[in-house]
Design a protein around this ligand. Sequence first.
Ligand SMILES: Nc1ncnc2c1ncn2[C@@H]1O[C@H](COP(=O)(O)OP(=O)(O)OP(=O)(O)O)[C@@H](O)[C@H]1O
Ligand SMILES: [Mg+2]
Length: 272
Amino acid sequence: MSALRFERVWFRYGGNPVLRDLSFDIRAGEAVALLGRNGAGKTTLTKLVVALLHPERGYVRVGDRTTEGRVPEQMAHQVAYVFQHPDQQLFARTVWAEVAYAPKQLHRDSPGVERAVGEALERVGLDAMRDEHPYDLPSAQRKLVTLAAAIAQRPRVLVLDEPTQGLDRAGARRVADIVRRIKDERVAVLAVTHDVTFMAEALERALVLADGRIAFDGPAADLVGDEGRASDLGLDVPPAAQLSAALGLPHRPLRAAEVAAALAQDLDANRT
Ligand SMILES: Nc1ncnc2c1ncn2[C@@H]1O[C@H](COP(=O)(O)OP(=O)(O)OP(=O)(O)O)[C@@H](O)[C@H]1O
Ligand SMILES: [Mg+2]
């Protein structure tokens, strides 16, 4: 069974439809990039997943239940959502309280809450900040606090809107590690992103939204490695992918480590 399914979904805010008869499936353990030009409907789609919005026609299904007639609080045991801007999300007085909010709402016992919060803060590298006020942290760390809060929910679907925006490379790499790990735990991840390096590191599949429909559904590498397609979407090609294309490396690896391995192999072959 799919973890997340859109079934012939139509949505409009009032005027023209933003989503038109849109369908797709994401399985447990799959990490998917959601791409599309500005205004294509990416954020709208993510809000439909968490029941902040509801389809005009069609269904959004999380696990075996649709979002019909449900409000976001009723989705919280299945879906976690990290907003693009942490300041739209943060509300508690301490990092600990922020991350503990959802596990408490989900009626975990206190050792359970403590465990979930401790583990989530450790994953994002903020265990030392648990007593800080979120607003005293730099914005990159505020973003990681919202990610920890989502992890502590132990969702089956994790929705991320531009998760690496405002983070430096090290921060983005940490988010990529977190996504890979949560994917191994069979969580389905849907991430709106313009960060192609993050995409190459953590997301294997890409969905492109255009004219209210899915215009592309396939391996993220096929988009990221293709300069024409990528620039159509306003995406940069990752430096490692540019290098591997320029060198004509077989299989056009996208990640720096793979390019290095291919070059090392080449050198070895030339030596013998
Ligand atoms: N609350 C709203 N009321 C009316 N129209 C809206 C509302 N929110 C978004 N829209 C419109 O719906 C369309 C899709 O917007 P959405 O924010 O989902 O796009 P997006 O792909 O997330 O764009 P971006 O890349 O700029 O974040 C746009 O034309 C937008 O202007
Ligand atoms: Mg958006």
